[in-house]
Design a protein around this ligand. Structure first.
Ligand code: HAM
Length: 427
């Protein structure tokens, strides 16, 4: 194949290579451990869903639904979409399996999401999220619990310079009043708005609030503030959340411009942002979305959740040089062998040791004893097991340390697991 027609990964989608995968494993394991400590249960949903699911939950006017979804017809002519996020799928699954009838659920999920965005640092077309969704709690206590859980994850991973931005969008009635006031105000400044904001003016005006355009930001200086429109209930809810966060020692700032890019939120919304990370600074985000379950045909169910972007999280940890206990540990035993009979026995010894949780690397392929020993030396293993033709014939094996000079000892192959276990324990 010529250089020109070599097949590469699709733009915006990337491989996680062995040098990074152990960090991924550690991060995923730490998140899973903390979620389990807080009593969340994992749910797995398909990557492909009916397109309608996202159009009806995320909002037809959002960038995600209008421009970014990987949507195509399957072989039956049905419109399917590769999930752009996990929340709608959790709700769909919960309704389908009756998880919301007289029950409360703390769920979490992990997996790839797909959005056809313009790729840049921290923004991909395939990215991984770990998220959690709570169903059945209307109060601020569950929100504080989830924020505490996310803070715990950052602290356990050693992620620094991450701060919490918080806002409330109020309930449906106060948001409608605010929306009208905002449209009225912005109509007077139409000439100062950019194309994006003009497009959103009547369809999704709240999204204009987080415009990055400096002229639009100037206009927004005098715009109405959602906090002046809050109902007594929404106000009380937000005050309670802030008080819980103070008790938890979680610092936050209220950002009245924080509106989020998905339409399903009401009341509390939040983002954990990293100071040093430029445009794509949100590492974790979420909020309350009390109408989605009903909107998708389920019983009225209050919901609150978050999702964390793993690429961003891992890149931040790497750039900060965070010291995380890596899951992939070096092998403990290396096996060298010469001859067919010996190779079969080596395979059997590897199987027996691995069954006992001992990490073993077998030399595979052809190679002189000298080459095999070279590999054994560079493997980082504690011990080498040697099966030459003579050991194969007598069902014995040579064992010696790769870390300190010592004579090779010959033992019966039947005793290998015990001998290796004892020697590893006495290190
Ligand atoms: P989101 O803000 O769209 O919310 O995404 C959550 C996180 O996923 C972001 O903060 C970011 O870390 C990561 N992320 C999003 N898009 C990309 C991308 N193109 N490349 C890399 N990372 C990305 C949601 O997805 C909601 N489902 C969160 C939620 C759960 N709300 C309630 N429950």
């Amino acid at each position: 194949m010529t250089k020109k027609n070599k097949i590469k990964a699709i733009r915006g989608m990337k491989d996680v290579l062995p040098q990074d995968s152990s960090l991924w494993l550690s991060v995923e394991a730490i998140c899973a451990e903390i979620l389990s400590d807080y009593n969340y249960q994992q749910i797995k949903t398909p990557i492909l869903e009916n397109t309608q699911l996202f159009a009806r939950s995320i909002g037809a006017d959002t960038d995600i639904v209008s421009k970014e979804m990987y949507t195509f017809e399957d072989r039956n002519g049905d419109s399917v979409t590769m999930r752009p996020e996990g929340t709608a799928s959790c709700v769909r699954a919960g309704i389908e399996h009756g998880l919301f009838y007289n029950q409360q659920q703390r769920l979490w999920y992990a997996g790839p999401m797909f959005r056809h965005e313009r790729p840049q640092k921290g923004r991909f077309r395939e990215f991984f999220q770990i998220g959690a969704e709570c169903f059945g709690w209307p109060g601020a206590d569950i929100e504080a619990e989830l924020l505490s859980l996310t803070a715990q994850i950052f602290s356990r991973l050693g992620l620094k310079n991450t701060r919490l931005e918080l806002n409330t969008l109020g309930d449906t009635a106060c948001r409608a009043d605010f929306r009208s006031a905002l449209i009225e105000y912005l109509h007077d400044y139409k000439q100062d708005l950019d194309q994006d904001s003009l497009r959103r003016l009547d369809s999704n005006p709240l999204r204009i609030l987080d415009s990055k355009n400096s002229e639009v930001q100037q206009v927004l200086m005098g715009a109405p503030d959602i906090h002046e429109f809050l109902s007594a209930e929404s106000n009380e809810h937000f005050l309670r959340l802030k008080s819980y966060l103070q008790q938890l020692d979680i610092t936050f700032s209220v950002n009245p411009r924080l509106v989020r890019g998905l339409d399903y939120y009401n009341d509390t919304v939040f983002e954990w942002v990293n100071e040093d990370y430029g445009a794509q600074s949100a590492v974790c985000a979420g909020g309350r979305y009390d109408s989605m379950v009903e909107q998708l045909g389920g019983p009225p169910t209050p919901c609150f959740g978050f999702a964390m972007g793993l690429e961003r999280l891992i890149q931040m940890l790497q750039e900060q040089g965070a010291e995380i206990v890596q899951r992939s540990e070096p092998v403990q035993v290396f096996i060298v062998s010469i001859g067919e009979q010996a190779r079969g026995q080596a395979l059997r010894l590897q199987q027996l040791c691995c069954a006992e949780g001992i990490r073993v690397q077998l030399y595979c392929g052809s190679g002189s004893m000298k080459n095999q020993f070279k590999r054994a030396d560079s493997s980082g293993a504690q011990f080498v097991l040697v099966i030459g033709e003579q050991e194969a014939a007598t069902e014995t094996v040579g064992i010696r340390s790769l870390q300190v000079r010592e004579e090779q000892q010959i033992i019966a192959q039947n005793d290998v697991v015990n001998a290796v276990t004892n020697r590893l324990e006495s290190l």
